[in-house]
Design a protein around this ligand. Structure first.
Ligand code: DLL
Length: 443
């Protein structure tokens, strides 16, 4: 438990050449990488060749980063249509790792990485860890889930690239997390911000805060506020940092905030960011909110052109007090779709619908998701209408149906759900776009 001294913050830039590069030099580097990448995907990915042909754009038309607007967009639906390996730009034998996240229906969104992509990913996370004041002598307790989700593996790769010790705890079992944190002398930890606050309060309640050596926490994968950051910092006497990323682009390590907390620095040498007006895809100026769109400039396995993240934010290009010239994206104000992040897991209402329909009766596909935060942890309640045919006064039958729905939804979403069965025709029908989610968390 010792906050990192502020006078050291100017030493927390891992790659000053890149992170403090002048705008002209950065644009030249991005342009060079984009030209190569476009030629690469045109030659190796049928999907992009067709899309570019459809727009009448040839690789030769892309001469610099300013030509990016000539290129086609890629959406999560395109990934689904080409699932699992249709967007590879290399033979499958060259893929060293796959990672995944929820798709809009039953299938995952899958991303494939070559060994070089994995190394770049680790390097980007290591830049973030360095930005948080960590170095090779740190012991980083990772309580993000390990598995297809990129959280555990991403932070682990970052610790490895930094030369630090990774403690691969994965998620769950708070008591054990605290015990290991203390016993192993962890100096930093990484998890979702809501779990970080939960852990912090559990440490406080158990009276172990003073026995911990934690100096920093790295938190992301879901939206959170500055107030929440300050709460975590105050309880544990540490500095907490926001880390952003998405599986399709690389996982955590696309952007991270520095000690000044004036937005998250984007590693734009690898991931070129655009902020576009969702209505007409025109470019937003600095400070204007729009959809964040990324082009992977050097990815080999599954490169993506102008990938529409559906995350809403604004960007700032002014030089940060930390000296970095990397642009900063602000905390997210929402999404253009109805995806919710619940305990770090992306949940789409359409997944609920697909799962309910797969049950082959018992419930009607009329449902509502209600998200609350209890004791700093997200709770998802799904209200489901019971099918008229099945509606019965027998509590035993309804209880068994409720348990079945709960199990099916947990399986489909990857998070536990509270199920509330309601009578037929009680969930409000809408004439326009159905409102399927009520989010009571104040984010
Ligand atoms: O959540 C990667 C990650 C892991 C980031 C660990 C940070 C830490 P996905 O599962 O693909 O990847 O979900 C990506 O989660 O489009 C955002 O909507 C949301 N998200 C991720 N980081 C943040 C953040 C990982 N710092 C989706 N703030 C993204 C707000 C975030 N939302």
């Amino acid at each position: 438990m010792a906050k990192i001294a502020l006078e050291n913050w100017n030493e927390t830039i891992r790659d000053p050449k890149i992170e403090c590069m002048s705008r002209d030099e950065m644009s030249a580097l991005q342009g060079e990488r984009l030209v190569k990448q476009v030629k690469n995907v045109y030659e190796h990915v049928e999907f992009y060749r067709k899309k570019m042909d459809g727009l009448g754009v040839e690789p030769g038309d892309i001469k610099g980063i300013e030509d990016i607007t000539k290129l086609p967009f890629t959406t999560k639906e395109d990934l689904r249509d080409n699932y699992p390996f249709g967007l590879l730009a290399v033979p499958k034998e060259k893929i060293a790792r796959v990672q995944g996240t929820s798709g809009t229906t039953g299938k995952l969104t899958l991303a494939s990485y070559t060994q070089n992509d994995v190394d770049v990913w680790g390097e980007c996370v290591a830049r973030g860890l360095t930005m948080a004041g960590l170095n090779s002598s740190d012991r980083i307790h990772v309580c993000y889930g390990y598995g297809l989700f990129t959280g555990g593996m991403g932070l682990d790769l970052g610790a490895q690239a930094l030369g630090a010790m990774a403690i691969p705890m994965s998620s769950g079992n708070t008591k054990r997390q605290l015990m290991c944190m203390e016993d192993f002398g962890a100096t930093a930890f990484a998890c979702t911000p809501s779990y970080a606050l939960y852990l912090a309060e559990a440490a406080q309640e158990a009276g172990v805060v003073d026995r911990l050596q934690i100096r920093a926490s790295i938190n992301g994968a879901e939206p959170w506020t500055d107030e929440m950051r300050k709460k975590i910092e105050d309880i544990l006497h540490i500095n907490s940092f926001d880390i952003y990323g998405l599986c399709e682009i690389t996982g955590p390590g696309v952007a991270m905030d520095c000690i000044h907390h004036k937005g998250l620095h984007v590693y734009e040498d690898y991931f070129y960011p655009e902020i576009l007006n969702p209505a007409d895809q025109s470019a937003c100026g600095d400070g204007e909110t729009g959809e964040l769109v990324f082009t992977t400039l050097a990815k080999e396995g599954m490169p993506l052109l102008r990938y529409r993240t559906k995350d809403l934010t604004s960007m700032e290009h002014s030089i940060c007090e930390c000296g970095r010239t990397l642009p900063r994206i602000q905390k997210f104000t929402g999404r253009t779709d109805d995806m919710k992040v619940i305990r770090g897991v992306n949940v789409f209402p359409t997944q609920v619908e697909t799962a309910l329909l797969s049950m082959g009766g018992g419930v009607a596909p009329h449902y509502m998701l209600i998200v609350d935060r209890e004791n700093n942890l997200d709770v998802l309640t799904v209200m489901v209408e019971v099918d008229e045919k099945y509606f019965s006064d027998e509590i035993r039958k309804l209880d068994s149906l409720k348990n079945k729905v709960g199990a099916v939804l947990k399986q489909a979403l990857g998070v536990s759900v509270r199920v509330k069965l309601v009578e037929p025709k009680t969930i409000q029908r809408s004439e326009g776009k159905a409102k399927r989610v009520i989010d009571n968390r104040e984010l």
